[in-house]
Design a protein around this ligand. Structure first.
Ligand SMILES: [Zn+2]
Length: 334
């Protein structure tokens, strides 16, 4: 009997806009580096709390003792993204995690950008880096990071990010850093609406002029904010597996993304830290299909929202949108 097959989600062209470099290297690359260092590396099945996650997270940058170690990890990441159908990746980079061993923020950033460019040529994946301030820790070096971002604006760096677990994050402290980046034409992409409620999202929009939000799912708690995000086309880069694994939502089935999508918000699906959560970007799309019961046209809208990333070149944007349309036209795929 003829059986309708479902479209293969790996083949759906995607923009991956919310992934942290150090939490996204493929496991085999980290394990190989750890072996060279004589250390055992493994990813636990569970994190009892968020602090144990941060402790584990911090071990990986320390494995990179040379610029070539770091470059190798960056190249491996781009190759693993290519295998997931990603055409544009925008990893959040924190050169400050490597500079104690590898030199200045500028030198470390250059190594990352060069490796992305090289692997991008090999794979066809365009990579833009979101140079990211950790708002829990980096107040003293925030402007330094913004200046590095500004110097590489349009040459590998596509935005200034803010990320922190404490929300609202008293983001007005970072206004001057945001202004430095914005003067160079870079957008601000802020973590908000993850641990903090709707007020944390409003804070990022109003205090820093953020034009994209990393997470943002807690907008669901405020109808007015939902309307604002939809009207202003603020893209929210959501990460259902991460939210579940860190205990922020109890079940992926209950994630607000489908409701926010139907309310008109531009949402992308992302892995956040695929190394640590053992789930790549395609797994998030599988959740949209299996746990949220969304149709393929609805699922495609997550991929299409990625085209709103301002750092993406027009050629990649066209490739993404045409690829999504072609995917939807497929009757079935193996
Ligand atoms: Zn994140």
């Amino acid at each position: 009997m003829w059986k309708q097959k479902t479209r293969n989600l790996r083949n759906l062209p995607k923009a991956h806009l919310h992934l942290h470099l150090d939490g996204s290297y493929p496991g085999y690359a980290v394990e190989a580096l750890a072996r060279r260092r004589g250390v055992h590396f493994s990813v636990p099945d569970n994190f009892p709390d968020v602090w144990s996650f941060f402790d584990a997270y911090g071990t990986v940058p320390k494995l990179a003792e040379t610029h070539e170690d770091l470059a190798g990890l960056c190249r491996a990441l781009v190759h693993s993204e290519a295998a997931e159908g990603v055409v544009y990746a925008e990893p959040a980079i924190e050169p400050q995690l490597y500079s104690p061993r590898l030199g200045s923020l500028e030198q470390v950033t250059k190594t990352m950008l060069a490796a992305f460019g090289e692997a991008g040529k090999d794979t066809g994946v365009e990579v833009g880096a979101l140079l990211t301030i950790n708002t829990d820790e980096n107040l003293e070096i925030a402007e330094d990071l913004a200046y590095v971002a500004a110097r590489h604006a349009g040459r590998g760096v596509t935005g200034l990010g803010t990320a922190g677990f404490v929300e609202p994050g008293n983001l007005r402290r970072y206004r001057s850093s945001a202004s430095i980046a914005q003067a160079s034409g870079l957008p601000i992409v802020s973590h908000a609406g993850q641990t903090g409620g709707p007020e944390s999202i409003t804070e990022a929009l109003d205090e820093l002029g953020a034009t994209r939000i990393s997470h943002g799912f807690r907008a669901i708690e405020c109808t007015e904010l939902v309307h604002r995000l939809a009207d202003e086309k603020i893209v929210c880069d959501m990460c259902p597996v991460s939210n579940h694994r860190l205990g922020i939502i109890s079940k992926v089935e209950d994630h607000p993304a489908p409701r926010l999508l139907r309310a008109g918000i531009q949402i992308t699906l992302n892995a956040d830290d695929p190394l640590w959560f053992k789930a790549g970007i395609t797994d998030q799309y599988e959740i949209a299909r299996k746990s949220w019961g969304l149709s393929d046209p609805e699922i495609a809208s997550f991929a299409r929202a990625g085209a709103l990333a301002t750092g993406m070149s027009s050629g990649t944007r066209q490739r993404l949108l045409e690829g999504v349309a072609a995917w939807l036209k497929e009757e079935n795929s193996p």
